[in-house]
Design a protein around this ligand. Structure first.
Ligand code: KG4
Ligand code: ZN
Length: 355
């Protein structure tokens, strides 16, 4: 380990760094090579969506097994596409949390083996912080400070990014993530997994004519959010309509759900940005692909003099580019060096609490 600490400290000073990223926290096995935290040399993603579709959601045990089968090929392909061999790589970054324990362990174990055999540093990466780092590759001149919204199937977190390595959690969901609300209600409507993109697509053909709550939800003072109530309201609406034999217009349910879910999120994020005195909001995570979220935050941000950036959809959903980019900034700061005892951390949180 002492040799590795020395190597790590030397690496920090190197003018250019090539990092291999590995991601396996949920249902995507991914590997990517990124130079200097900004330049994507390769981005390989093996999605398990077709495998889990028939179960209507991710089955953890099946996810782990599929990661095991895919991980070596995905890493090889990432190196080949980058035109590099392992000896050209300066460090390996890997997601160690948050996520499914068994799924995370596959990526962590592969990363340990590679780092050990190549004699290069292993960098532990927080998945939520990695989502934010995807934006450094999408927008090469992006620099903190900014406010980040990480909205995905597992997270809805509003994070103040004052520096590349400084994250303050300003608010988050108290229960379900916004993506979970989309996925679970979509399932009840008979839409294929993952429901988020389907809800987005159908929403454009529907009307926002169902009121799931009475009145507009005010922004909570602690910027906290809650999606379990909305999910239950949509579920009750569907059950009641079915019991009464009323026809459900799926497009209208999708549109009304999207508007309700996004409106309360957009209001909260803009308030948080104003409170943190930030004039830039950066979106991240799978739900950041949602067209209404992108449009609404852009409009509401502009009204308050706040610019809004969102990465292309391929960098919103899980990928390893974001992991390699995040690892780069950790190396430059001299943090997050891991050894071979690194374990999966399924409940890992992002950011220091707001004091
Ligand atoms: O970031 P991600 O790939 O995985 C997690 O870290 O959770 O996000 C996946 C989530 C799923 O809930 C999926 O339904 C949602 O992102 N999603 C969307 C859209 N594309 C993906 N939700 C709404 N609109 C979309 N266009
Ligand atoms: Zn994710």
């Amino acid at each position: 380990m002492y040799d590795m600490i020395e190597k790590f400290n030397t690496l920090r000073q190197k003018s250019s760094l090539t990092v291999l990223g590995i991601e396996s926290s949920c249902d995507e096995t991914a590997a990517a090579v990124v130079r200097d935290g900004r330049e994507i040399l390769s981005n390989v993603i093996a999605s398990q969506i077709p495998v889990h579709r028939r179960f209507g959601g991710v089955v953890p045990e099946i996810a782990s097994r599929n990661h095991t089968m895919a991980v070596d090929n995905v890493i090889d392909e990432a190196l080949v596409k980058a035109g590099l061999s392992l000896s050209d790589v300066d460090a390996v970054g890997v997601t160690y949390g948050a996520g499914l324990a068994g799924a995370l362990l596959v990526g962590v174990t592969a990363a340990k083996a590679l780092a050990y055999s190549a004699g290069i540093p292993l960098i532990k990466v927080n998945h939520i912080e990695a989502h934010i780092a995807a934006n450094y590759t999408a927008f090469p001149s992006l620099k903190p400070p900014f406010l980040a919204l990480v909205a995905s199937g597992g997270h809805t977190s509003i994070i103040d990014v004052s520096d590349y390595n400084d994250f303050v959690l300003m608010g988050s969901t108290k229960d379900d993530a916004i993506g979970e609300a989309f996925d679970k209600t979509a399932r009840l409507l008979g839409l294929p997994y993952p429901g988020g993109p389907e809800v987005d697509r159908l929403s454009k053909e529907g009307k926002n004519n169902i009121s799931f709550f009475h009145g507009k939800k005010p922004v909570n003072k602690d910027f906290s959010l809650s999606y379990s109530g909305l999910k239950t309201a949509v579920v009750n609406y569907i059950h009641n309509a079915r019991q009464r034999g009323e026809q459900i217009v799926i497009e209208d349910v999708c549109c009304s759900l999207t508007h309700t879910a996004v409106d309360m999120l957009a209001d909260t994020v803009v308030q948080a940005a104003l409170s943190a005195h930030r004039d830039l909001i950066v979106l991240a995570g799978g739900v950041a692909s949602n067209s209404y979220l992108r449009e609404t935050l852009s409009v509401r941000g502009r009204e308050k003099g706040i610019n809004v950036l969102f990465p292309p959809p391929v960098l919103c959903t899980d990928n390893a580019v974001m992991v390699a980019a995040r690892a780069y900034f950790s190396i430059r700061e001299g943090k997050d060096l891991a050894d071979l005892t690194l374990n999966a951390c399924p409940g890992l949180k992002a950011g220091r609490p707001l004091c």
